[in-house]
Design a protein around this ligand. Sequence first.
Ligand SMILES: [Zn+2]
Length: 112
Amino acid sequence: MTAVHELALIESVVDEVVARIGDQRVAIVRLEIGALAGVSVEALRTGFDVCIEGTPIAGASLDVVEVAAVARCRSCGSEAALAAYGAPCACGGFDRELIAGGELLLKEVEVY
Ligand SMILES: [Zn+2]
């Protein structure tokens, strides 16, 4: 398993933060990551440290807020926690739509 996926993700996050902050100094970059976003938080952290080297946000910390996965069942309409992709609803239905927990969002940037 490689961390290429995470590295590409974190690179785009770092680019976005750098584009946003102007000449402010960034203390914390906060990401919201769904439990089923399919990324390794450890790999993101490592990638972040690598990607911010030599950028205006070098020295910033990465804070990760994990969001639980929730799915809506298309058979019975109920919304419930989703432990893993493909897990059935309590009604037995497998046709479930992920409504939270698949995201990777730049939530907030704290500056000094
Ligand atoms: Zn159901």
